[in-house]
Design a protein around this ligand. Sequence first.
Ligand SMILES: [Zn+2]
Length: 229
Amino acid sequence: MTKIVETKSKWNVDFLEGLKRVKTNRVVLLYSSGIDSTATAILLKDRGYEIFPLFIRYGQSNGEVESNLVDKGATHLGLNKVQKVNISNLADLCQGKLMGGEAISDKDAWLPARNTLFLILGGIYAQTVDADAISIGYGIDDNFVFGDNMLVHHQLIGVLMSFSLAREMEVVLPIKNMNKAEVTNIVKSRGMLDMTVSCWNAKWQNDKIIVCNQCANCVERNVNLTMEG
Ligand SMILES: [Zn+2]
């Protein structure tokens, strides 16, 4: 007679527990102080979420500016303290002009699977703080630039993290139907424009932000601000 060996079943137990999980209305927001993540924070707040901002330092050229501004924005909106994680030795694996150099075009700003990585880090933090969801500032204008910033990509992350964590993990995208001008207007109308940075090459000097006025993000920001008057 064959002896029946007990099969490992931790995931099954976790999955059944996960089905009974009570929602907390908490969300982890990938927060960079850009226009998109700031508008996303505003809309999540309006929807009544308790927000856990996550700021990822990956060696970005404007990192000091972003790090200062996320603290200001979080205080202004009454979010939880910004959790900051430093993965700047990512440069050991891949390099790009976004990391320490000067980025001008979208092509310069490409870092392989950056948003994939960030969302997974968001999912790990969401598990720690018992959040229902992860959120990222993703709008209509983001489509067709990078594969890791497309609607289906973000939906797949929700499926992947739900499987990996054996519990439901939503990805909420409050600005997915909005263009940059609409998103800019939300931030502007709430008086948060000076708590945001768009420039990939921005530097923090004497408590002031110095932007390059040349990169694709600077150009886009200037166009949208002009359009809104
Ligand atoms: Zn710039």
